[in-house]
Write a protein that binds this ligand. Structure first.
Ligand code: C2O
Ligand code: CU
Length: 555
């Protein structure tokens, strides 16, 4: 493949939105940041210059980076932060991904403003598995915060408050007509009647799943997370944070203007939630000579904030293409089975004296709440440095109980401990993970789980407790979608499979940043295979070292 070079300059810049001017950290003065455009099989060198005020790293979300964890990016997992005034060159290796992915900062909450799309075209000389669109457009949906997010997060962490809530979402940087002081800048596409457009949609929002629809226009979803899927014809989509979708739209409606709108989706119970955003909109406007209606029409098919069934109806339709050119390789004989609870918990605090001190909220995988080490796991693993992490991540939950019961108040279930526990896999192992959502602390929402270094097959999902006798009988090994991020349904389960054929250290976590901050994370160490072609590459000699001791958000 071809080689491309990008310069990313990270710097604070003033942006005026929603009646306020904020200084935010962005790449190359733009929000969202620059688009990386490649063909499948290319390599990209991105030289990141940090001219901001604190350490930052960048992650190439969904890019598998074969044998190259050194450039994966999550801070304290595969590298130490790029300190202000220094630079670091990432080598981003594209292997089997094709479609849309994205890049984002992977340091605290910096990704709110430091992100952009990655477009991966078919290899030179080949083409899409669907009729080529006339034009391609980027749709990056992000969250906007009132105030300096870094300060807000640090403050909340210091005081144990809930982590920040956004004040609006944006489409390509603009909140749209329904938000204060925003009408003049709504993002607008001028379209030609009869043409077909490929929209590359990225959910870069920090903490929310989204519905998305275009007034009067049908959508056809043809790709997801850098893999093609069987076309889904639909009036709306539901996209989780971290996910990307390739969506075709034909401009075949009467000349006029139409809202393209997103609305937050929450899987919470109606009784728990009270949080909704004003709808975020952009406009599709037909070119030509006609009298434009005074206001664009709004998509009536856009589901409501709490429409759980609408979300499920869409996600249950996703299937991989599964043809000769795009085959499915689901492992059938499993060598490593993991059963993992996904929960909100309280932190066990042995030194607390007051009765309520056990109430610090954390989130967990198998009742362990992740804390970042003070130097990165990859460095410690590669150089055999002990004391940085332990390898006793539990495969099975601490006890068996009715996970989805709402009244799980027993202290042994609710209270949890912190740790930096990773799971070690041998090269080539065939892995099945069943994630089990729980009702602990009534914290039941979907959790969009994301794995670095891999994509995985979604072979099954369902409600209630996973039943090891009956549920595997319904597993789809014929055309399951191959994704990098997918929701564990609230009070339900999700089964995935992949082959551990990418040696390295790979983070996995919930892609709600609130849950990631609270510890819903761990890492796989995938050992080297027998040959140099199945082993981790040599590290570049310019890896940053950890200068500042990392702070855990818990005091
Ligand atoms: Cu897009 Cu570890 O994340
Ligand atoms: Cu979560």
């Amino acid at each position: 493949g071809a080689v491309h070079y990008y310069e990313f300059v990270l710097k604070e810049k003033n942006f005026t939105k929603l009646c306020n001017t904020e200084s935010i950290l962005v790449v190359n003065d733009s929000f969202p940041g620059p688009v990386i455009r490649v063909h499948k099989g290319d390599t990209v060198y991105v030289n990141v210059h940090n001219q901001g005020y604190y350490g930052v790293t960048i992650h190439w979300h969904g890019v598998k980076q074969p044998r190259n964890p050194w450039s994966d990016g999550p801070e304290y997992i595969t590298q130490c932060p790029i300190e202000p005034g220094s630079n670091f060159t990432y080598e981003v290796i594209f292997s089997d991904e094709e479609g849309t992915l994205w890049w984002h900062a992977h340091s605290d909450w910096t990704r709110a403003t430091v992100h952009g799309a990655i477009v991966i075209l078919p290899p030179v000389g080949s083409t899409y598995p669907f009729a080529k669109a006339d034009e391609e457009e980027i749709v990056v949906i992000a969250a906007w915060y009132d105030g300096n997010l870094k300060e807000l997060v640090d403050e909340d962490i210091a005081t144990g408050e809930d982590l920040p809530h956004s004040v609006a979402n944006t489409i390509n940087g603009e909140p749209g007509d329904f938000c204060p002081c925003s009408k003049g800048t709504t993002y607008r596409w001028m379209v030609d009647y009869g043409k077909t457009y490929l929209f590359r949609v990225v959910n870069a929002v920090m903490n929310a799943e989204l519905f998305f629809a275009v007034a009067e226009h049908n959508l056809t979803v043809v790709g997801m997370d850098g893999h093609y899927i069987k076309p889904i014809s639909t009036e709306y989509i539901m996209i989780s944070p971290g996910q990307t979708m390739d969506v075709l739209l034909t401009a075949n409606q009467p000349l006029g203007h139409y809202y393209l709108a997103t609305r937050q989706y929450s899987s919470e119970d109606a009784s728990v939630t009270g949080f909704d955003h004003v709808n975020t909109t952009a406009i599709l406007q037909y070119k030509g000579n006609y009298t434009i209606p005074s206001s664009p029409s709004f998509p009536s098919a856009l589901p409501l904030y709490l429409d759980f069934m609408a979300a499920l109806t869409f996600t249950s339709r996703i299937r991989s293409l599964a043809n000769k050119e795009h085959p499915v390789n689901v492992p059938l004989n499993i060598t490593e089975r993991m059963y993992i609870t996904v929960s909100m918990n309280s932190l066990y605090c042995p030194t607390c004296t007051k009765a309520n001190d056990n109430e610090t909220l954390v989130s967990t995988l198998n009742n362990i709440s992740w804390v970042n080490p003070s130097t990165d796991v990859l460095h410690a693993y590669y150089r055999n440095i002990s004391g940085v992490y332990t390898t006793d991540f539990p495969n099975y939950p601490p006890s068996f109980y009715n996970f989805t019961n709402d009244e799980l108040t027993d202290e042994s279930i609710v209270l949890t401990r912190q740790g930096t526990k990773v799971k070690v896999l041998n090269y080539g192992e065939t892995v099945e993970i069943v994630f089990q959502g729980t009702g602990v602390l009534k914290g039941s929402v979907n959790h969009p789980m994301h794995l670095h270094g891999y994509s995985f097959y979604i072979i099954g999902t369902g409600f209630g407790n996973f039943d090891n006798e009956t549920d595997p009988k319904g597993f789809n090994v014929v055309d399951p979608p191959e994704l990098n991020t997918f929701g564990v349904p609230k009070k339900g389960w999700l089964a995935i499979r992949f082959v551990a054929n990418n040696p390295g250290v790979w983070f996995w976590h919930c892609h709600f940043d609130r849950h990631m901050s609270w510890g819903m994370n761990t890492a796989f160490i995938v050992k080297n295979g027998p040959t140099s072609e199945t082993s981790i590459r040599e590290p570049p000699d310019y890896m940053p070292s950890c200068k500042v001791p990392v702070k855990s958000w818990i005091q």
